[in-house]
Ligand binder design. Structure first.
Ligand code: C2E
Ligand code: MG
Ligand code: MG
Length: 707
């Protein structure tokens, strides 16, 4: 059937004609192109079936007894319900007047009788196609909330679409005018809209504007309007669209807010803070003003989170934000200033920053700091308990402590750390001492970077012994840096500099590769140690993909992961447990061991240990000397060993310097001993020789413990 090729199956055509022959031919023609055809022999009966039928196309005779085709057409178009149905009129009269009349009545197309039915198939198909296109455009406009309109020089609006009325919130009118369409535009935007439309009509300037309208329910809506002039000055019209962008505006506002604020406290975040600081900076430079930046955090906040859970921690942060906000407000009110110019922000965790936008002397900032210290130390009461917490505050003043956003913030942080070192619940200004320290730190960073490039770093190794059989069970790699300018830089200083400058990542990798290469050589000896211990900094471990990076390196240098023990300092236990638990699990899944270094110095939580299950605890060397003088330390060490063993964790003691210490630890069940008594850290070659002579070491140990 040729009709199928048109692809119009399922469509309905209504043929209205009093001539049965015409209806017959029309049916034959339309059925071949897949239409279902319904006939009506008068205009009246045609209109009657219309509502039920909702045809996709109408073929309509002009001359009929009763209601004429023109009237049927006009009636149909008057009710806007059938706006989109194509109407093809059939007329015996091919004079211009009847054709014009047909179009005026709303016809889409016309045919002259006698009808050429072959041609008609194509015209019907064409009419359908454009009506579908039109309809989907209308649908699209409806879903995109776009309305279209056209205006003429005399300020009338033509062809306002249904959507235009709805979007602008004005009732449909027979003679819409540009002015009437402004009814709901908010006062401040009215001139903008009027001028734009005017300029488009008079000068032919196209425009694109956004403005606010007031809705009937009192809410506010936003409109995007485009106008495009067509024609020359005399007969110029403007075609335009209006789009309801209220929702988009809402999203935009929300997104902007989220990008610039901290969701927990609603305070500006670091990004917004830096922007405000930059603005303040340039204004202060122009007007020669002073301002202060404060950086503060809460002493021991992590402990609150760990002990009471994140929900309590979050509430505490909110309460702190409220109190500080109030401090800033009173301060501003006292000086009669607009408090909005001071900015309090939360940069993350328990870190906050304040911009005191106008101070006359540093004492003003000190005064605010004192108020904050005072206000925050008052107890916080939650449902069933009270909490206390204190902040530490660092302060920088523009211009003496810095003239860029970065230096002001960095120096405020340095002052904050110094305040903490002085014992918390304190504030401190950035001063000359800190400045000197900051300078030497920068110099050190530069030196360290060059040392890494030039290969000036090296590793020492310290054996760790099994106190029972006297063998070297593990060797720990320790970084060393000897510089011409600075002499020997301690590993602690080196590591903290590297952590702050980001050099810790390449340095950490270098340590891993170098130590593994050395250890592989020792594996060829007759009595090789079981494991190589490598220290890893918290910053390194918290890097995304840390474990993958390590295993990739081990793969590359063909080093068995079960020969590697990663040492992490105890302070790591104060961080996010969930993240740590995952990292530890991954390391163990690859066969590595994990040791908690310097155990006992920080905040040791049993529940943490149970969750992360390290393989080894290294009791910090600060405990060991007390073994000789203090019975309590002996008790503590015994307790740590018993607890660790209870959890299936091995214990190493560090810093063992005397035989008394060694004997006590051995008899207490300590699994491994490290210290100057047995071996100092030494160069790879020396330690290699020691490993080869282990049997001698066994005799030495056994002899000593027997003594
Ligand atoms: P650590 O991991 O606890 O290393 C043991 C420290 O104790 C070493 O200090 C070692 O020389 C020292 N020590 C060993 N036996 C005795 C003793 O009997 N008496 C005394 N007084 N000290 C003893 P060192 O080499 O100065 O390293 C200090 C810290 O620097 C290390 O403590 C470790 O936390 C860190 N570190 C060293 N190398 C690296 C490294 O490659 N990466 C990282 N991230 N940290 C490292
Ligand atoms: Mg260590
Ligand atoms: Mg240690």
């Amino acid at each position: 059937m040729s009709g199928m090729s048109f692809g119009v199956t399922g469509l309905v055509a209504l043929v209205i004609d009093d001539d049965a022959n015409v209806r017959l031919f029309a049916r034959a023609a339309l059925e071949t192109i897949g239409f279902e055809v319904v006939e009506a022999d008068t205009g009246k009966s045609g209109l009657e079936v219309l509502v039920e039928l909702r045809p996709d196309v109408i073929l309509l005779d002009v001359m009929m007894p009763g209601i004429s085709g023109y009237d049927v057409c006009a009636e149909l178009r008057a009710s806007h319900e059938f706006d989109n149905i194509p109407i093809i009129m059939m007329t015996g009269l091919d004079d211009l007047e009847s054709i014009t009349r047909a179009y005026d009545a709303g016809a889409t197309d016309f045919l002259t009788k006698p009808v050429n039915w072959e041609l008609t198939k194509h015209r019907v198909r064409y009419a359908i196609r454009s009506s579908i296109a039109f309809r989907s455009l209308a649908d699209a406009q409806r879903t995109a909330r776009i309305g279209s309109w056209e205006s003429t020089t005399d300020q009338d609006m033509l062809n306002c679409s249904e959507q235009t009325y709805r979007i602008l919130g004005v009732p449909r009118s027979e003679q819409p005018s540009l002015h009437g369409m402004l009814a709901n535009v908010k006062e401040p935007d009215r001139d903008l809209v009027e001028n734009a439309r005017q300029a488009a009509l008079e000068d032919g300037t196209p425009y694109e504007i956004e403005y606010a309208i007031g809705n009937l329910d009192g809410s506010e809506g936003f409109i995007h309007e485009c106008g495009k002039p067509i024609g020359t000055k005399t007969g110029r019209r403007v075609v335009g669209t209006v789009q309801d962008i209220t929702q988009r505006r809402g999203f935009e506002k929300r997104i902007t807010f989220m990008a610039y604020h901290d969701s927990l406290t609603g305070l500006p975040n670091r990004l917004l803070f830096k922007e405000r600081l930059a603005q303040r900076l340039s204004a202060a430079k122009r007007h020669d003003r002073r301002f202060a930046v404060m950086s503060f955090d809460l002493d021991g906040f992590k402990r609150v989170n760990d002990t009471f859970g994140h929900a309590v921690g979050d509430r505490l942060l909110q309460a702190v934000a409220d109190r500080v906000r109030n401090c800033l407000r009173t301060e501003a009110d006292l000086t009669g200033e607009n408090h909005d110019t001071n900015t309090l922000s939360r940069s993350g965790g328990d870190e906050f920053a304040i911009l005191l936008s106008e101070i006359s002397a540093p004492e003003d900032a000190a005064h605010v700091a004192e108020q904050i210290l005072d206000s925050l130390k008052q107890p916080y009461s939650f449902d069933r308990f009270m909490l206390r917490i204190t902040p530490s505050i660092g302060i920088t003043v523009y211009p003496s402590d810095g003239t860029t956003v970065e230096t002001l913030l960095k120096n405020a942080d340095l002052a904050l750390y110094a305040a903490k070192r002085q014992g918390s619940d304190n504030y401190r200004f950035f001063d000359n001492e800190l400045r000197a320290r900051a300078r030497s730190r920068m110099a050190l960073e530069g030196e360290l970077e060059r040392a890494l490039e030039r290969g000036d770093l090296h590793l020492d190794y310290q054996p760790i012994f099994d106190p029972v059989d006297g063998r070297i069970s593990t060797v720990e790699a320790l970084i060393r840096w000897q510089t011409e300018a600075l002499g020997q830089v301690s590993p602690e200083e080196l590591i903290s500099t590297a952590e702050q400058s980001g050099l810790i990542l390449p340095i950490g990798e270098w340590v891993l590769r170098t130590a593994c290469a050395q250890f592989s050589e020792w594996l060829q000896l007759p009595h090789p140690p079981a494991r190589l211990a490598v220290n890893v900094s918290a910053v390194q471990m918290h890097q995304q993909g840390f474990v993958q990076r390590v295993t990739a390196i081990l793969d590359e240098i063909e080093f068995a992961p079960d020969k590697l023990e990663i040492e992490l300092t105890e302070s790591i236990l104060m961080d996010d447990v969930d993240a740590n638990e995952r990292t530890f699990e991954q390391m163990r899944a690859f066969g590595m061991s994990v040791a908690i270094d310097d155990f006992g110095t920080g905040y040791s939580s049993l529940s943490y240990l149970r969750r992360i299950r390290p393989d080894v605890l290294k009791i910090d060397r600060s405990f060991v000397p007390d073994i000789e003088k203090d019975p309590e330390s002996r008790t503590i060490i015994r307790a740590i060993i018993a607890m660790a063993h209870g959890l299936g964790v091995r214990v190493t003691a560090e810093g063992v310097e005397s035989a008394v210490q060694f004997d006590f630890l051995r008899s207490s069940g300590c699994d491994a001993i490290q210290g100057f008594l047995l071996a100092r850290p030494g160069a790879g070659a020396d330690i290699g020789a020691l490993i080869e002579s282990t049997p001698r070491a066994i005799r030495m140990l056994t002899g000593r413990s027997a003594a």
